[in-house]
Design a protein around this ligand. Structure first.
Ligand SMILES: Cc1ncc(COP(=O)(O)O)c(C=O)c1O
Length: 388
């Protein structure tokens, strides 16, 4: 089409900078994946506890599907609120130790809702510089003044809050486990600074929920900060093996969100099967509360092997382990070399990570056996030696 000619030029530009992305169809099975006719060990999954394929979750999804149908049929404020949503929200509130929880169609929706509901024009939102795109988008969409504090730097946050106009609402936003570096935020310090300046606090626990803290409740629970964090965001789509997102909060905050959160109001409710699977995942976590700790132990062993061989795993202390190459091409070369040896680990490039911080990102999951992890570490060390 004539008026789309500019797109070809833009795509050429992406290709030249090794930044073009393409879709590939996958068939996942446990810790492995079939992709382009090959079977590979899958280090690109966020199904950290290997729950997505567990019979309990499939049965939970199936029961909800049969009882309520394939779709929720309407948004929550119309006729979309079903008993499975109510049950899931009650369980999530209990799990996270907050008074209430509200479920959204995705974690992305939850983040857009949270920030746009709390701040607007004339207010200020303070984001960690490495916050996920969904948090950045929520901040931009809110029309509040967006300020970025240096990664995990409570002192810089304090400095920025001091400079903010006195009478505006302020919201501090961070992740507890960062999705690209696998490091953790100094939550008690950030909360203290936010309180000093009477700012609200939001923590995205997408990569901590199910893994960190008591029984997988996350790092806000681990530090006992529920009473000091206004919004605890989590996803159902990663360690909980389903789909959807949620915000855990106070009664009054939930009442406010139901009235103003646009992705809650103007989007069809979470499909019943996703709610059923998430409820089953919470049951699994209750009966097997040590899953997260087991994953962290396995990840630490894997990371130490890579570090000992001189690879740069950045500040990771969790199940997300980057191998930082710096250059985009270096990341692509390492990912290609690993693939040739049967390992799927994606190259992550700007704008997902800052310029000059390209990497191969490995997600360790409980679907990887200790022997498989030991073998994978050997292969990564060999390939990195040749391509870095
Ligand atoms: C930190 C963080 N927040 C939010 C999301 C969005 O969650 P979802 O995939 O459920 O939309 C993701 C993942 O995609 C994430 O990594």
């Amino acid at each position: 089409m004539q008026n789309e000619a500019w797109i070809l030029g833009e795509l050429d530009g992406l290709r030249e900078r090794a930044l073009e992305r393409r879709l590939v169809v996958n068939a996942p099975a446990g810790g492995r994946i079939e992709r382009g006719g090959e079977e590979l060990v899958n280090f690109a999954s966020n199904d950290y506890l290997g729950l997505a394929q567990r019979p309990e979750l499939i049965a939970g999804a199936e029961a909800a599907l049969r009882r309520y149908g394939a779709g929720a049929s309407a948004s929550r404020l119309l006729t979309g609120t079903l008993p499975c949503h109510e049950a899931l929200e009650a369980r999530l509130a209990e799990f996270k130790g907050h008074a209430r929880a509200l479920v959204f169609g995705s974690g992305y929706h939850a983040n857009l809702a949270a920030i746009t509901a709390l701040v607007g024009r004339g207010d200020a939102v303070f984001l960690d510089r490495l916050c996920h795109a969904s948090l950045v988008d929520g901040a931009v969409l809110s029309r509040a003044d967006v300020r970025r504090f240096r990664h995990n730097d409570a002192g810089h946050l304090d400095e920025l809050l001091r400079k903010a106009p006195a009478r505006c609402k302020r919201l501090v936003v961070t992740e507890s486990v960062f999705s690209m570096d696998g490091d953790v935020a100094p939550l008690p310090d950030l909360c203290r600074v936010a309180e000093t300046h009477d700012a609200m606090m939001m923590v995205d626990e997408a990569h901590a929920t199910g893994v960190q803290g008591p029984g997988g409740a996350g790092m806000v629970s681990m530090h006992g900060l529920q009473g000091r964090v206004n919004l605890g965001m989590g996803t159902l789509s990663k360690a909980l093996g389903s789909a959807g997102g949620f915000l855990a909060c106070s009664e009054q905050m939930a009442a406010w969100l139901v009235n103003v959160a646009r992705t809650f109001i103007f989007s069809t409710a979470l499909p019943p099967a996703a709610a059923g699977a998430a409820l089953a995942a919470l049951d699994v976590l209750k009966t097997e509360p040590g899953l997260g700790a087991a994953l962290l132990d396995r990840s630490a062993l894997f990371r130490e092997r890579l570090k000992k061989a001189g690879l740069d795993t950045g500040p990771s202390t969790t199940q997300i382990v980057p191998v930082i190459t710096g250059s985009n091409q270096g990341a692509l070369d390492l990912a290609a070399a690993l693939r040739a040896r049967g390992i799927l680990a994606p190259a992550i490039r700007p704008p997902t990570v800052p310029e000059g911080a390209a990497r191969v990102r490995l997600s360790i999951t409980l679907a990887h056996s200790p022997a498989e992890l030991a073998r994978a570490a050997e292969i990564i060390i060999e390939c990195a030696g040749r391509s870095l």
